[in-house]
Design a protein around this ligand. Structure first.
Ligand code: AMP
Length: 603
């Protein structure tokens, strides 16, 4: 960034506002302060992290000797990935309470949807981190109130869930970040705020049984349908899962509404008690639900049932962009608002224009959340070595238009850690850069929070191919596709087979079994989505005619690909290619059962 550019950004700061109330004014002022002083806040944050953690084994190992300046930090501390930190993390998980990564006690592990060796990554966190994260949450409504008036006059219907939690060998909790947040006092004892009144009672959100949780959240949403002003879930896939749930369960829901009774499948005692105070007979409403839901046409169902909804609050950026058209269909084109960008490792920032089009969403990273550096992203670059470390750019110095990989240093002890997200700078708010989420590195397929990379897919193909050996058959080519037209979405794998002995070709049953073997080979986040969350449908194999992949190559070359460099794409999403593949389909197979999954970790 040119110096003059930086000064002009600070010279005439943009102030957010006017705020609708005093509380909002304070939040907006905080955003103004953070975004006008990006670099100095970053310097302070790094200083705080390094002095707080000066005596940790990790920083001592790199001989930082208590210094807290950026230059020493950058010259001595390496850029790392999860695998580099795993030995330290494993020791913490096993009960070593010495200050390894953080001087503050590790309060729990947050289990990321990113995996390592097939298991969720364990991200250490410290208790005070919830304060920082809650602070970021508290900024979202003041920003939204600038664009959508009157949100205090009604409620939010949000489908929020807790997921399975486990303990490490030493008894530390390991659970997804939102499960940790909803179970924390920050959420459970939050003060009343007219701008964050939800239709779902906490008992429903905190019920670990996903059917009971979703059923009661939907029931409350239906009972209070006129009051609902915004509707959402964390990710688009979650909101669509709720719509599918309504398609499958509206009769039982309408029965409860009609009679004022509660479905006997709701057995959780505290949930039953709390619902008994909410459910009252309302035959007229039940009739309305029956009329709307029994029809074939579900187009615009969201606006029909919740007519006062002003927007959908749901992440539709990154891997979730594939759900935008389906959400448009069910919501008759309601605005889709992406408010926040966050991860288990650290919460990053917020969207200061939450009502913009999904394709224009940019997130402003808040410089108080951690220390952020940016690795210029070159998709063709070789992996870097310790001897020639890359030059990282500071938050205030990134350049508009360029793509970077996000590197974070957190209060909980991650130092120069590669998150794996690729971001592009779209502009600045004051001196704080704004980023478009481009993609997560190495992710080939994703339906919900699962992220399957090329090597995982290859391993799954290899394992499934074992079943074909006795039929003298092999997979000669394959590609994949995340089919999100069905709810839940599912993985589709196109196979071209070489059957050497047509008289003994693989049976229908064997090919179905191949689907299941592939699912068993996937990482635990995928299998949890299949088994516990019901957020991913059975994997499908489509066998295509011999020669199909050669045709695919011809097609790519006709569109300008170089014949020398052509590689079979391991994932496709371009319609004409899928049409070509589907037109050559000879058989279709689905996984006949669920793969194995337990909340327990295998390593
Ligand atoms: P997890 O650690 O499982 O919570 O996953 C965090 C990851 O989800 C991030 O590193 C991103 O790859 C992705 N993610 C989170 N928020 C967004 C967002 N607003 N848009 C796109 N991707 C996101």
């Amino acid at each position: 960034m040119a110096v003059g550019e930086s000064q002009s950004r600070v010279a005439s700061p943009i102030r957010l506002g006017p705020a609708v109330c005093e509380k909002d004014a304070k939040a907006l002022q905080f955003i103004d302060e953070m975004t006008t002083n990006t670099d100095s806040v970053q310097e302070r944050v790094l200083g705080e992290i390094l002095s707080q953690n000066a005596e940790t084994e990790y920083l001592r190992r790199y001989q930082l000797d208590g210094v807290t300046d950026r230059d020493s930090f950058k010259s001595k501390i390496p850029v790392v990935s999860y695998e580099d930190l795993q030995p330290y993390i494993q020791r913490i998980a096993n009960g070593d309470r010495s200050p390894i990564l953080s001087s503050r006690p590790i309060s729990e592990f947050l289990t990321s949807s990113g995996t390592s060796a097939g298991e969720r990554k364990l991200m250490p966190t410290i208790y005070e981190e919830w304060d920082r994260r809650s602070k970021l949450y508290s900024l979202l409504m003041p920003v939204m109130n600038l664009y959508v008036p009157g949100l205090d006059k009604g409620k939010g219907l949000y489908f929020l869930f807790v997921k399975a939690e486990t303990k490490t060998p030493s008894g530390l909790l390991a659970r997804p970040v939102l499960t940790g947040y909803y179970k924390s006092d920050h959420f459970k004892t939050r003060p009343y705020d007219p701008y964050t009144v939800y239709t779902s009672p906490d008992e429903a959100i905190l019920c670990a049984d996903s059917f009971q949780s979703l059923y009661t959240q939907m029931l409350c949403g239906l009972l209070m349908r006129e009051e609902v002003l915004r509707l959402g879930a964390v990710f688009a896939s979650g909101l669509l899962r709720a719509i599918r749930f309504l398609q499958l369960n509206w009769k039982e829901l309408a029965h409860d509404i009609s009679t004022g009774t509660l479905n006997p499948k709701i057995t959780d005692p505290s949930l039953k008690e709390c619902m008994s105070k909410i459910v009252k007979p309302n035959p007229e409403l039940a009739e309305f639900i029956t009329k709307e839901c029994s029809g074939e046409n579900w187009e615009g169902i969201i606006t029909r049932i919740w007519p006062n909804t002003k927007y959908l609050d749901v992440i539709v950026t990154g891997a979730m962009a594939q759900y935008r058209p389906t959400l448009d269909y069910y919501s008759a084109g309601l605005p889709q608002s992406c408010t926040m960008y966050a991860s288990s490792e650290c919460y990053f920032g917020l969207n200061l224009k939450p009502m913009c089009k999904p394709s224009e969403v940019s997130y402003t990273i808040m410089p108080n959340m951690g220390y952020f550096e940016f690795l210029p992203h070159d998709p063709n670059a070789q992996a870097f070595s310790r001897d020639s470390p890359p030059r990282l750019v500071d938050l205030a110095d990134v350049e508009v238009g360029k793509e970077y990989e996000l590197i974070i240093t957190t209060y909980a002890g991650l130092c120069r850690y590669r998150v794996g997200d690729i971001l592009q700078v779209t502009g600045f708010h004051n001196s704080a850069p704004q980023f478009r989420f481009i993609r997560r590195k190495n992710v080939l397929l994703s339906i919900d929070s699962d992220k399957t990379d090329e090597s995982e897919l290859q391993k799954a193909i290899d394992n499934a191919s074992e079943l074909l050996k006795e039929f003298n058959t092999s997979v000669v080519e394959y590609t994949s596709y995340a089919d999100t037209k069905s709810i839940p979405g599912h993985y589709v794998i196109y196979w071209e087979l070489l059957v050497k002995d047509p008289a003994n070709s693989p049976t229908e049953e064997v090919l179905n079994q191949c689907c299941l073997v592939m699912e068993e080979s996937m990482n635990s986040v995928y299998r949890q989505g299949r088994v516990a969350d019901n957020s991913i449908g059975p994997l499908e194999i489509r066998v295509v005619k011999n020669g199909t992949f050669e045709e695919l190559m011809d097609y790519a070359i006709s569109r300008g690909a170089s014949i020398n460099q052509y590689k079979v794409p391991r994932c496709v999403s371009f319609n004409p290619i899928m049409e070509l593949l589907d037109s050559r389909k000879v058989s279709v197979h689905f996984s006949p059962a669920l793969p194995h999954w337990t909340p327990r970790r295998s390593c």
